[in-house]
Design a protein around this ligand. Sequence first.
Ligand SMILES: *Cc1c(COP(=O)(O)O)cnc(C)c1O
Length: 377
Amino acid sequence: MQHTINFIREYYQTEEFIPLHAPVFDGNEKDYLNECIDSTFVSSIGKFVDEFELKLAEYIGVKRAVVCVNGTNAIHLCLKLVGVEAKDEVITQPLTFIATTNAIAYANAIPVFVDVDKDTMGLSPKSMLDFLEQNAEMKNKTCYNKKTGRRIKACLPMHTFGHACRIEEIKQICKEYHIELVEDAAEAMGSRYKGKHLGSFGKLGAISFNGNKIMTTGGGGVIVTENEELAKRAKHLSTQAKTPHAWEYHHDEIGYNYRMPNLNAALGLAQLEQLDQSLEKKRNLAQKYKAFFGQHGITTFEERTDEQSNYWLNTVILESLEERNLFLKEMNDAGVMTRPIWQLMTKLSMFQDCPKANLENAEFLEDRVINLPSSVK
Ligand SMILES: *Cc1c(COP(=O)(O)O)cnc(C)c1O
């Protein structure tokens, strides 16, 4: 273990505590923030919001980007926008950060957990198809779970640590079964599959700009889509569903206060300018980890062919739970932060009774996957 600690300390050139992921602000962040404060438009409208949305849409390669206060409520809005209603089922993966599953719960819907693929750590199209072949019934171009009687309205796969899940295959299955596809691309800013940015495959996608993600707005997120109508509705719903008028208050449905403030957008705009540089550094660090762990017979998690991952969090897959626990203890005791992958959602009291498939790959990864310090420097 000591050689791993030395290797990481050498890379970061420090004897201090090494966090898992720290943000870097060495571009125009302070200039834009000052400009924003001087303008007094620090809240939910302002030129930085408009410019950040335009630049994001351009970078990601979609028609519209609608920024929100965080990634979790961006996902929640996406589910509302594709028509998820109370008691609908949403197919998702059990190996994810709690936000994915909470967003489904906010929509009063029920998560259905299918397995992940070992080589993507994302939702497995094979497991999804197996589940649907055994449980789905089509009525009037609507998919129902014949065991629960509930409508299966949407599918919410997640691109784990910035690596693409088998999104094309998932999209095909969604089409066959008339299920709406929303991507949790929270961790995948800057990641592409066959040149196409993650989050842009589904009807809607959500990306997070939380402080620990590859770029940050402090707190924040964005909904991306090719669909102008949905983008307009996203803006409307995130603005308390207020109908435009110079002075009257009128609201035409139950909306949310989910808009990103101008201050956060100012920070985001500066971060976006630095993103390509960060991506290069992160991909570089991933190569260094790969070479280092390769020498020691430890498997690092790699992108697949046709994929350009942002390598948000570098990942190793250890041999067993015991090895994982030892690795975590020794590294963290030495002041080098490492973390295990998430506990499966199916093990949490809130979600333990939800429908689920055989989850052997998720269980395998849960016991073995560790994230390494991955900040750029
Ligand atoms: C970070 C993250 C989110 C949402 O994040 P916020 O902190 O609300 O911006 C959602 N899903 C996954 C998988 C995440 O990692």
